[in-house]
Write a protein that binds this ligand. Structure first.
Ligand code: ADP
Ligand code: ZN
Length: 576
């Protein structure tokens, strides 16, 4: 490893310390008082460090112990040495002098011992300067010049953060009218969709410093390290009064508990608790906002999303065709394209690309162009880049969606939307999309208004038909032999609803009012037969509804194929 110029001063410092110690040792016999008999537990040692009570740490020849001098007394304490580089990292992170002791009498043996120690010292000081660099990069006020305009697409998410920006700028305006703003925002969605970018843009718009770190930075082998890093981060951020703190990969800290039996969760729990404590610790008027991001909302500990914590959840989804075109245009602004490049066509052919992949696509294309000594990027360069980008994407990535699959998904989702509008006219459709979600195929989100206390029999039936409408459309359009596995989830839900409809709510005329759940063994055969015949009967009715409204179904499906996602109001416009 070549020693860089900026490291040299550390090396010299260590050499000097060692030489001084060696000389002192040679001439004066023993320098350190030998009364290092008292022991300190490792935990207490960590606690003292956190409280800035440790004056120095001495690494002796006996590697199983470290000697520790506290600021309060001159006594040396023995602390069990975990013998891992992490402990040295931690000591140096606390800015505690770390000294290497030599043996009591000068001899050749001593020099032999000294050499590896010296090596270690150089190694750790180099390491210190490196980690210090990383830490400074992460924590230094990075003056953000990014604005919301630098984020293309993500329209809904942008609208959802506008008040947070206003709040950071002028917290009093909100606090004075008794408004409680969320302490934290959680961005979730696939990688590369612009979560970090959004967080930076919030800081940029509000004109406050941006402190970024990643959840995995906090996960250390030694209990207590993560927690103390969290406290340090917040302390630094609070110094600048207003700030945006961004924690990427929050799932590293806040994973659901109990997934790996036997594994120790101490470190994670302590880090998580430190984070929650810090978050509840700052004052509302401070204008400090914590933003976390995750690709895995499903694995997140619920403790994180409780009120007063990350209680504003914002989805940052893969861009639809429109957003893709905007992202491409944004990143192409600094790249000369020739007339063979058709942005609209490119946006259409990049289904399932994230913003990061689109940026990467243009960049790879620019590299191909430069390699060929061209001064403008042509479609041929983009075509080549396409494969580079896709090859680099994750295996599970759904970048290859055949035209037929898109069509099937479009009709399937259109079926759900159509029947929702026909049978549940006052329910609210937030979004219908054919962009695959991380959770599974297709995407249909519907929320029934919560202003009714009970569900009527009619509504329950309507709901079940809506669930069956995806499969029904597939069958009506593509034929019985072409139905797909895409309806698996719907079928599971509709079956559960039917069991409840019949046996929990007594809504079926034939079965009447009876709940068989408490009978052991329960006469499930009857229930099973009835459920199946009922579901299949309403499935036939659903198919009939779809067939009667075929024109609307085609309209919805082709709008979905074109735009990839439709809002509730766009659906209404199509269906008038
Ligand atoms: P995430 O945090 O969701 O993994 P990032 O914010 O790190 O994604 O995105 C990586 C890069 O991809 C960004 O720096 C930006 O250049 C580009 N990018 C992603 N989404 C967008 C977007 N919506 N608009 C513009 N650029 C984007
Ligand atoms: Zn479905």
């Amino acid at each position: 490893m070549p020693i860089k110029r900026k490291h040299i001063k550390y090396v010299i410092a260590v050499l000097l310390i060692v030489i001084v110690l060696l000389t002192v040792n040679l001439f004066m016999g023993s320098y350190f008082p030998p009364n290092s008999k008292k022991t300190l537990s490792y935990n207490d040692f960590i606690a003292y460090m956190d409280e800035n009570q440790v004056a120095e740490v001495i690494a002796g020849e006996n590697v199983s112990f470290l000697e520790v001098r506290l600021t309060a007394s001159d006594t040396l304490y023995k602390v069990p040495n975990p013998q891992s580089p992490a402990i040295y990292d931690l000591i140096l992170a606390h800015d505690i002098p770390l000294v290497y002791e030599t043996s009591k009498s000068g001899s050749a043996v001593q020099l032999l011992i000294l050499i590896p120690l010296l090596g270690m010292a150089v190694y750790f000081t180099l390491k210190k300067s490196k980690t210090a660099l990383i830490r400074n990069a992460a924590k230094n006020k990075s003056a953000v010049s990014l604005m919301l305009n630098d984020v293309a697409g993500n329209t809904e998410a942008k609208a959802m953060v506008e008040d947070m920006i206003a709040f950071i700028k002028d917290p009093d305006k909100y606090v004075n009218v008794g408004a409680h703003m969320p302490r934290g925002i959680l961005f979730y969605g696939p990688p590369g969709t612009g979560k970090t970018l959004m967080a930076k843009a919030i800081a940029g718009e509000a004109g406050v410093p941006f402190y970024a770190c990643s959840g995995s930075d906090f996960m250390q082998t030694y209990v207590g390290v993560g927690a103390s890093r969290v406290r340090e981060l917040f302390q630094t951020a609070k110094k600048s009064e207003k700030a945006v703190i961004f924690i990427d990969e929050i799932d590293a800290i806040g994973k659901k508990r109990g997934k790996q039996p036997g594994a120790s969760h101490d470190e994670r729990d302590q880090t998580l608790n430190a984070l929650l404590t810090e978050m509840s610790g700052f004052h509302e008027r401070d204008g400090v906002v914590v933003i976390a991001a995750t690709n895995r909302l499903d694995t997140l500990d619920e403790a994180l999303t409780r009120p007063g914590r990350f209680d504003r959840l914002i989805e940052i989804a893969l861009p639809d065709v429109n957003a893709r075109q905007k992202i491409l245009e944004l990143h192409a602004a600094s790249k000369p394209l020739d007339e063979t490049v058709d942005m609209e066509a490119l946006a259409k052919s990049t289904v399932s690309f994230s913003g990061a992949m689109l940026e990467n696509l243009l960049n790879e294309a620019a590299i191909f162009a430069a390699n060929e000594n061209q001064d403008r990027i042509a479609q041929t360069h983009i075509d080549k880049a396409f494969f580079t980008v896709i090859a680099g994407a994750e295996k599970s990535d759904t970048s290859f969606i055949s035209e037929q699959d898109r069509k099937i998904t479009a009709y399937h989702e259109a079926g759900h939307a159509l029947l929702t509008r026909l049978l549940l006219p006052d329910s609210y459709i937030s979004k219908v999309t054919i962009i695959p979600s991380t959770r599974g195929a297709g995407g249909f989100s519907l929320s029934i208004p919560k202003d009714t206390l009970y569900m009527t029999k009619q509504k329950m039936l309507a709901n079940m038909k809506v669930l069956l409408a995806g499969r029904a459309s597939e069958e009506v359009i593509f034929g019985r032999d072409q139905i797909t596995t895409g309806a698996g989830n719907d079928i599971e839900k509709v079956s559960a609803h039917m069991v409840d409809y019949i046996s929990a709510y007594g809504m079926d005329d034939e079965f009447g009012i009876f709940n068989s759940r408490h009978l052991q063994p329960s006469p499930d055969a009857d229930l099973l037969t009835l459920c199946r015949s009922k579901i299949n009967a309403i499935y036939q009715e659903t198919k009939a509804e779809v067939t009667e409204n075929l024109v609307s179904l085609h309209l919805l499906a082709s709008a979905l194929l074109e735009k990839e996602s439709l809002s509730g109001s766009e659906i209404d416009q199509i269906l008038i």
